[in-house]
Design a binder for this molecule. Structure first.
Ligand SMILES: C[S@@+](CC[C@H](N)C(=O)[O-])C[C@H]1O[C@@H](n2cnc3c(N)ncnc32)[C@H](O)[C@@H]1O
Length: 300
């Protein structure tokens, strides 16, 4: 039976990784747009095809990344969150999610999850925690939430009886509807205690314009990309309460604290179609039943 160390590819055992470099991968295409170097010819060719239909795609990628970092800082600072479960992590890009959280709370703990082996390869080297906190990487698929929730690595790192922020930046548009992404998100949120948060961003159908047809380019590569409508995106937040400003393009989510250390500033001044993404953060609260007012009971 493999140990947790085997599954995380820890120091004791490091199986060889097949990176599938002959085919474009979402994590590596995103890396091209963020100006990274962890990508291959097939990824760069697909990135060019995407840029042809969405000329602002680099701005959109940076705007999304900045949203993720602002939201994590908000969650650590204003909401007091110390545990993060990040699914669809992507190739490490500094600052990484744990760096943003640990800048506010050095003791913050992060479980990173992705299904792409190249993320595993780089995560080993780059998702290194501050000594006061902890990070773990789990290679698993969003569509198999029980494997994620039952993983020993997860339980070694975060405590599911305490609030957790479930973060899924630019993940859900890669999930085939037949894999029931809404049911999976419900399952994941149900496993978290009250006071937990859900943060997500997706490719926005209403803002996509000509780039909505990108699903054809990805289908040819065997990857199911689609854009998601606003209502379909809001449905992921069922049972939670969106915090201000609600579901908006990423550069409109609390833009006052724009992070500028990863590239082009993407403040509130951007045209929304330049960053066709729906982004939001919500809290899982107890359902409160209004109690009768004292003067109501006096009337009875
Ligand atoms: C565009 S990157 C997003 C990176 C980061 N979350 C962000 O918002 O900056 C999307 C990531 O989702 C991952 N992904 C796609 N489908 C997945 C699945 N079914 N399970 C887990 N990860 C998946 C890809 O491998 C990729 O690393």
């Amino acid at each position: 039976m493999p140990t947790a160390d085997d599954r995380t590819g820890g120091a004791a055992y490091r199986p060889p990784i097949d990176l599938g470099t002959d085919r474009a991968h979402p994590a590596r295409i995103y890396d091209v747009f963020l100006g990274g170097k962890t990508n291959y010819a097939a990824d760069r060719a697909m990135a060019d095809a995407v840029a042809e239909k969405m000329p602002t795609v680099k701005t959109a990628a940076v705007a999304n990344r900045q949203f993720v970092l602002r939201a994590v800082r908000h969650l650590a600072e204003e909401a007091g969150i110390r545990q993060f479960l990040d699914i669809g992590t992507g190739i490490p890009t500094s600052p990484n999610l744990h760096e943003a959280a640990q800048e506010i709370a050095p003791e913050a703990r992060v479980v990173y999850v992705d299904n792409d082996p190249i993320v595993l390869a780089h995560s080993r080297a780059l998702h290194v925690s501050n000594p006061a906190g902890r990070t773990t990487y789990l290679q698993a698929d969003f569509t198999d939430p029980d494997t994620i929730l039952d993983a020993p690595e997860l339980h070694d790192t975060i405590d599911l009886t305490q609030p957790v922020a479930l973060t899924m930046g630019l993940l859900l548009h890669w999930i085939d509807p037949k894999d029931e992404p809404h049911a999976v998100v419900r399952r994941l949120v149900a496993a978290l205690p009250l006071g937990s948060y859900l943060m997500l961003s997706v490719f926005a159908r209403e803002l996509a314009g000509r780039s909505a047809s990108l699903h054809d380019d990805f289908a040819a590569e065997g990857t199911a990309l689609r854009s998601l409508g606003r209502d379909e995106t809001l449905a992921f937040f069922d049972g939670t309460e969106l915090v201000e400003p609600g579901l908006v393009p990423p550069h409109r989510w609390r833009p006052d604290t724009v992070v500028t250390d990863i590239g082009t500033p993407a403040g509130g001044g951007l045209d929304d179609t330049a960053a066709p993404v729906w982004a939001g953060v919500a809290v899982k609260r107890a359902v409160t039943v209004p109690s009768p007012r004292a003067d109501d009971s006096r009337r009875d």
